[in-house]
Ligand binder design. Structure first.
Ligand code: SF4
Ligand code: SF4
Length: 81
């Protein structure tokens, strides 16, 4: 399941450099996660690295992108092949 950023984002920029998949970028209203690139950090780390540095609680599951661990790993492998 990809993650998404909700309206509590303060656009602090802390999360961008921590994403192993370059999935986070500034958007018109707040930072956004590209669901096609977010693996919930599967393949790279034990837990979502963006959440570790986010000073808010605005990074949440994206209900429109349900994926199994195997699917997330396959997505990671494709991004880094
Ligand atoms: Fe990037 Fe991982 Fe956050 Fe997804 S969970 S946006 S892959 S840092
Ligand atoms: Fe927004 Fe959190 Fe990323 Fe800062 S670290 S830009 S508050 S999602």
């Amino acid at each position: 399941m990809a993650l998404m950023i909700n309206e509590d984002c303060t656009s602090c920029d802390a999360c961008v450099a921590n994403c192993p998949n370059e999935a986070i970028s500034p958007g018109p209203e707040r930072y956004v996660i590209d669901a096609l690139r977010c693996t919930e950090c599967v393949g790279a780390a034990e837990e979502p690295q963006c959440r570790l540095v986010c000073p808010s609680t605005c990074i949440v599951a994206n209900p429109d992108w349900e994926e199994s661990p195997d699917e997330l790993q396959a997505k990671y492998d494709q991004l880094h092949s």
